[in-house]
Write a protein that binds this ligand. Structure first.
Ligand code: KMT
Ligand code: NI
Length: 181
């Protein structure tokens, strides 16, 4: 089982978004740093996701009433290349982004409070939440495969607003929450 790991990205290190893009030497980012910018994480047993009391508890506590499953793979996701490109555009949402990795692995990139890219490696069993208003993006890694559960409070809204999206209240509130913590 690979561990949940995050690092500051080398933003100069070439084209292929699916590569790790670590700095050298590696500059790790701690769980505490991630929590500070509102990114939270649970490790669950994805083998039992269909009937997992731990997942059920989180869903009840957080009100994650909606779930569906998305498979990101060239043969499984219609319009794969375009979708991948869209996911990798820096964007925000008006609601939290909650993803539970059931199979495979991938990267979520999030901006820290100083606007630097942090790359978060997620794999089977990682449930990650990104707060409403955080600038982020997503990519598969070199495995080109992730199966993920998408969770949502109520009726899902997948709409993404590409940067710049600084005028949204949700963005202002997010930026303020960083200042006051
Ligand atoms: C998003 O909004 O960034 C996504 O939905 C990413 C793909 S879901 C694993
Ligand atoms: Ni997103």
């Amino acid at each position: 089982m690979s561990v949940f790991e995050a690092w500051y990205m080398d933003e100069e290190s070439g084209e292929d978004q699916r590569l790790p893009h670590r700095l050298s030497p590696n500059q790790p980012v701690s769980v505490q740093q991630l929590e500070h910018i509102g990114v939270f994480h649970w490790k669950l047993n994805a083998d039992i996701y269909e009937d997992d009391p731990e997942l059920q508890k989180i869903r009840e506590e957080k009100g994650y009433s909606f779930t569906d499953i998305i498979t990101i793979h060239p043969d499984k996701l219609p319009d794969y290349q375009n979708k991948l490109k869209m996911f990798y555009e820096e964007h925000l949402h008006l609601d939290d982004e909650i993803r539970y990795i059931l199979e495979g692995s991938s990267y979520f990139d999030v901006r820290d409070e100083g606007d630097r890219w942090i790359r978060i490696a997620v794999s089977k069993g990682d449930l990650i939440t990104l707060p409403a208003g955080i600038y982020h993006r997503f990519t598969v890694d070199e495995s080109n495969f992730t199966k993920a559960m998408r969770l949502f409070v109520g009726e899902p809204v997948w709409k993404a607003y590409n940067r710049p999206a600084d005028d949204f209240d949700v963005r202002k509130e997010y930026v303020n929450s960083l200042r006051s913590s």
